[in-house]
Design a protein around this ligand. Structure first.
Ligand SMILES: C[S@@+](CC[C@H](N)C(=O)[O-])C[C@H]1O[C@@H](n2cnc3c(N)ncnc32)[C@H](O)[C@@H]1O
Length: 289
């Protein structure tokens, strides 16, 4: 029966280690479409390594685009001087650097990327964890949340952002789908497999935070606009931000051109004489350890 989210108490080869899996994941498991978790982790990290140069290029633009989400995450933590803060999946580290200003004097910022395990951090050693657009990429987000709670002091807070549903994020869903349809990226094995939309269901996110032992969970949505003066500029930034961007840029020009044309056609409803303005929605959450 594939009716409700369920638990695999003795998953074969420890693939899921007894955590709750969705119907989609269960189907993927049963059909053998889920890779070895270590393999998935290596692939994801290699992808993001490739995207690092593009992220450096879009940094000033990204700061403005993401500002309402960043503000929500930082405000929610109510940081105090002297606190120890972990920025997880930090990328270029912009969010952590903002937090660092608020914990002085005496505070410590720990910035970490490409690691789901916080093995070097002792139990109950940080006051707050920040993670903007990271947990949904992790092969085992529940394990990462459990690990997050382990390193938080009692009453410590985590504030995190993930992307909302594909329908609420045409700026990302359309280009991802078209790139996949042209064979330049693998579609995720299931709706909840690691990727931009893996944690887009707020109720699933809440259930995962609860299962990890967090309390006082607050979940909200923050709407953004992914704009640019022209589709051409928008597309270049999109490729810079996407782990699939290098594959599109290295594709034969007819394929790369077909991808851009299909994306432009599908985003026509968001295009006007003033350029493009495409809706985006982040799901944000605050919880206490
Ligand atoms: C969308 S970027 C967000 C970066 C940063 N938090 C920000 O908002 O600017 C995702 C980041 O997660 C990191 N990442 C990807 N997979 C990860 C994993 N399994 N564990 C930890 N970090 C991961 C990538 O290296 C990348 O820097």
């Amino acid at each position: 029966m594939l009716g409700r989210p369920q638990r695999l108490p003795h998953a074969g080869a420890g693939l899921c280690g007894g955590r709750t899996v969705s119907d989609e994941e269960l189907r993927a498991l049963l059909s053998g479409r889920l890779n070895d978790p270590e393999e998935q982790r290596r692939e994801s990290l290699a992808h993001w390594d490739t995207a690092a140069a593009g992220w450096a290029r879009v940094r000033p633009w990204l700061r403005d685009f993401a500002a309402p989400v960043t503000q929500w995450l930082i405000d929610a933590l109510e940081l105090q001087p002297g606190e120890r803060v972990l920025d997880l999946a930090a990328g270029p580290g912009e969010v952590g650097l903002l937090a660092a200003e608020l914990i002085q004097p005496g505070g410590v910022l720990i910035s970490s990327d490409q690691s789901e395990a916080m093995v070097d951090l002792p139990v109950a050693s940080v006051d707050a964890v920040l993670c903007r657009w990271g947990y949904m990429l992790m092969v085992d987000p529940l394990a990462a949340l459990v690990e997050t709670r382990r390193v938080l002091k009692a009453g410590g807070r985590v504030s995190l952002a993930v992307w909302g549903s594909p329908a609420a994020n045409p700026w990302l869903a359309v280009s991802s789908r078209v790139i996949q349809e042209h064979g330049l990226a693998e579609p995720p094995a299931s709706e909840t497999a690691p990727g931009a939309f893996a944690l887009s269901d707020p109720e699933r996110l809440r259930a995962m935070l609860e299962e990890a032992g967090f309390v006082d969970i607050e979940i909200d949505a923050v709407d953004l606009v992914r704009g640019a003066p022209s589709f051409g500029e928008w597309w270049e930034t999109q490729l810079d931000m996407s782990p699939s961007g290098p594959a599109v840029r290295e594709a034969p020009s007819d394929i790369a051109g077909a991808v851009a044309a299909a994306v432009e056609a599908q985003l026509a409803p968001y295009t006007s004489g003033d350029g493009v303005a495409i809706p985006a929605r982040a799901i944000v959450a605050l919880a206490s350890a």
